[in-house]
Design a protein around this ligand. Structure first.
Ligand code: ADP
Ligand code: 5GP
Length: 189
């Protein structure tokens, strides 16, 4: 059975950190590269972190039903998973791993049911989240505020997830994430 693993959490909770760790230690996982209309950050590469699309291109693909799910995650900024991306990874024999926002994660879980494991990564608190986002220094202050407001809303959905993982001490989080994922895909360490 083709499987998918969903990591969702408010921005700054540590999804990218955890997902990158899992991908580097488990070669049978394939990262689902989302499409977005956001501009690339300095270190980001088209096709690696995201497929960076112009708004018109994104909208055209929406009209053509090319997306498994998509959302206006932040005002005026769209993110979505292309069906072709899942097919690409499955055809390589990979278990697909997603880093998506909380509503997107629930939508994907709804589509895949038992084929999917949905994991909610929670920061120990809003203050810690804010501090981590500030330290990451990828957003200007008003975007930071926007992300924290959205985080407060998203934290309400954790009980709809299969597993909740609190990201306090990173080493422990990474070890636990690995354990949960190996159990789901039936792979021994
Ligand atoms: P997300 O992908 O959910 O937005 P990131 O993985 O980018 O989150 O993490 C946000 C910031 O917090 C990054 O700078 C990351 O290095 C840092 N971080 C992640 N987990 C921890 C942790 N357990 N303790 C301290 N800092 C962390
Ligand atoms: P960032 O701009 O920091 O890369 O990501 C912003 C948010 O968009 C994150 O919470 C990330 O998980 C989410 N995101 C990324 N790709 C997708 C996607 O394909 N669908 C949805 N719904 N959210 C996504």
């Amino acid at each position: 059975m083709n499987k998918v693993i969903i990591f969702s959490a408010p921005s700054g909770s540590g999804k990218t950190t955890v997902v990158n760790h899992l991908i580097s230690t488990m070669p049978n996982l394939g990262f689902s590269v989302s499409a977005t209309t956001r501009k690339p950050r300095e270190s980001e590469v088209h096709g690696r972190e995201y497929y960076f699309l112009e708004r018109e291109d994104f909208e055209k693909r929406v009209r053509n039903n090319e997306f498994l799910e998509y959302e206006e995650v932040y005002s005026g900024i769209f993110y979505g998973t292309l069906n072709s991306e899942i097919e690409r990874l499955w055809s390589l024999g990979k278990t697909v791993i997603f880093d998506v926002d909380v509503i997107g994660g629930l939508n994907i879980k709804k589509k895949f049911g038992d084929q999917a494991l949905a994991i909610f990564l929670r920061p120990p608190g809003i203050d810690v989240l804010m501090e981590r986002l500030r330290k990451r220094s990828t957003e200007v202050e008003h975007q930071l505020q926007m992300r924290v407001e959205k985080a407060q809303y998203e934290l309400r959905f954790e009980n709809r997830y299969d597993k909740v993982l609190i990201n306090d001490r990173l080493e422990e989080t990474l070890a636990r994430a690995e354990e949960i994922v190996r159990e789901f895909i039936g792979q021994k360490p």
